[in-house]
Ligand binder design. Sequence first.
Ligand code: CTP
Length: 333
Amino acid sequence: MEHIAVAQDNDVLVVAPATANLLASFAHGLADDFLTTLYLAFTGPVVLAPAMNTAMWQHPATQANLETLRRRGHRIIEPEDGFLACGTIGPGRLAEPERIASAVMAELRRRSDLEGETVLVTAGPTQEALDPVRYISNRSSGKMGYALAEAAAARGAKVILVSGPVHVQAPRGVAVIPVRTAREMRTAVFENLERATVVVKAAAVADFHLTEIPAQKVKKTAARLTLELDPTPDILAELGRKKGDRLLIGFAAETENLEREARRKLETKNCDMIVGNLVSDTSGFDADDNEVLLVLRTGESIAVPRASKRAIADRILDESLKLRLALHSAHER
Ligand code: CTP
């Protein structure tokens, strides 16, 4: 069968230009012609370069389909602004061939560059109980950590995902270890550390907790309630002390002084890279997109412009592999 044979014989599926109809068919799994059946039969990376009228591009239906395809891990090459065949001016023009070609080359490089690696990722928030029914936590959605786990698995790594309570679906082929508290996360991380060659600490771990949790629900008796909290174990700092040869990547979510804080955490926690992001209403917690600053052990900093968390995840992995090579060759010299 032709569509199966073509799917098996090729490394990347590129559709350029991708029409609104094509995006809708791919998003919903319709398979009524050669290309759409080929898509369902194809298990490798997919690159889509949409081109269409501006209103069609901006239509909520098209944008929802794009979101579905991005979440699936496909690379969308955004159309450019300009004169369109229909006579209007705006976004919708097919990206320049150079941009499409370089996206395809990046996909080819990534295909199996993590084979043989075991990547341990932590994701999501932790919840620290105050009594049997209440807890303190934070706004982390887990999306960045899950995107990293998905990207690493797609690139051939064995992935162990230690996850706080989130509402994100587990990526295909990834073993998820669910945890709730910082202490549980610490235990799960150190139980699985031996096998890991790369550790990515994307979780937003609570910094304080109640050591003695009341056995019964706290009653509203007093006019004011004061909580006395103790620090949780700093898992990343402990990983830094027991680092060995593995690559250690931490995160820093900040509201100000991003570069300075990220570099401070890199040094105090003995990491190879800190992924810093400024938390705002549109980026950071719970958003689908992100914009990050990578602060590296070599002294270099790399600003990664806004993109989907999945695309950011691939960039973090690209830079981690480059960093490891740079650190190895510096060590040998
Ligand atoms: N982290 C951790 N264990 C903790 C706290 C944080 O492993 N108890 C890790 C996070 O997973 C993240 C990094 O440390 O990779 C930075 O977390 P962040 O909350 O930004 O830093 P803190 O060390 O808590 O520093 P501060 O509160 O001063 O910002």
